[in-house]
Design a protein around this ligand. Structure first.
Ligand SMILES: C[S@@+](CC[C@H](N)C(=O)[O-])C[C@H]1O[C@@H](n2cnc3c(N)ncnc32)[C@H](O)[C@@H]1O
Length: 279
């Protein structure tokens, strides 16, 4: 087991190295992101004027969508452990003159905010990367107002998420290891333990919902490129051109079994966990 402090350093280093790819692909993925955000945004029960803290905001999902939902009278504080990860979010907010969102580097395990200042805390695909989950959840609880709500979206098992599964298998073959092996892996809470941890941190009415869908993707384009760059790109930077081509071929071969006619039929699954700070 890696010590929590060392894990944090590894996360900080890796996300900083990936930040350019997240900014680069964020606009192209915006429509897909909106669909994935929808259940989270709905569970957050947003209304104009609310103050929302979004954790691990990366290139702005779901912070920017939430900012639109709370309107000019609301406020969204979009945070991330890695300042560079917020570059894309800042750029995208400025492009649409979304003024009710602000950006701040912040570790979700030690939030630089006073107690009870937010109506909602949201976090899409972030909680798994904080080594000390207990601290992260108790910090979210602390900064929420009584009656406020926290909403987390996490990945289900890798076997239910074809995109990750195929790319991970190809990277593993090529490099002999994968960043997904770490304790702080994207699939850490696929085991359904996050609701119990939220209850232990003081949240009430905690619920978890599994959300599955079946992406269908037209063939003829390297549709996996964004995920390959955004999750594994830092590990691939040193590959020579021949190894990179070999990796692309492995990925393409991995997806071949999901191709029927002119379309790839994939599966994807997430878990949405919601809890309330007792009033
Ligand atoms: C998979 S990305 C998710 C970004 C965005 N929420 C999305 O769904 O597109 C994970 C993010 O978690 C951030 N992160 C990792 N550890 C963190 C921590 N302890 N506190 C805050 N953010 C963290 C990373 O820097 C990265 O931006």
């Amino acid at each position: 087991m890696t010590a929590a402090g060392d894990l944090k350093d590894l996360e900080r280093r890796d996300w900083a190295a990936r930040s350019g790819a997240w900014d680069k692909w964020s606009d192209a993925l915006a429509k897909l992101a909106e669909r994935m955000n929808a259940p989270l945004v709905e569970a957050a029960a947003l209304s104009p004027g609310l103050r929302v803290l979004d954790l691990a905001s990366g290139a702005g999902e779901p912070a920017l969508q939430i900012a639109r939902a709370v309107g000019p009278s609301g406020r969204v504080v979009a945070t991330d452990l890695v300042e560079d990860m917020l570059s894309g979010a800042r750029r995208r907010a400025a492009a649409i003159q979304l003024n009710q969102v602000e950006f701040q580097a912040a570790d979700m395990e030690a939030l630089p905010f006073p107690d009870a200042g937010f109506d909602r805390v949201t976090c899409r695909f972030g909680i798994m990367f904080a080594p000390d989950t207990r601290r992260a959840l108790s910090e979210a609880h602390r900064v929420l107002k009584p009656g406020g709500r926290a909403v987390y979206l996490v990945w289900s098992e890798i076997q239910r998420n074809t995109m990750f599964q195929v790319i991970d298998a190809a990277v593993r073959k090529q490099l002999g290891s994968s960043p997904l092996d770490r304790e702080t892996s994207p699939f850490r809470f696929a085991d359904g333990t996050l609701p119990g941890r939220m209850t232990a941190a003081g949240f009430a009415q905690v619920s978890e919902r599994v959300i599955g869908w079946s992406p269908e993707i037209e063939s003829g384009q390297p549709f996996w490129r964004p995920q390959l760059d955004m999750i594994f790109g830092d590990r691939l930077a040193d590959l020579d051109a021949a190894s990179r081509t070999a990796l692309d071929q492995r990925v393409q071969q991995g997806f071949a079994r999901y191709l029927k006619g002119s379309r790839y039929f994939l599966t994807a699954e997430t878990r949405l966990i919601v809890g309330t700070k007792p009033g």
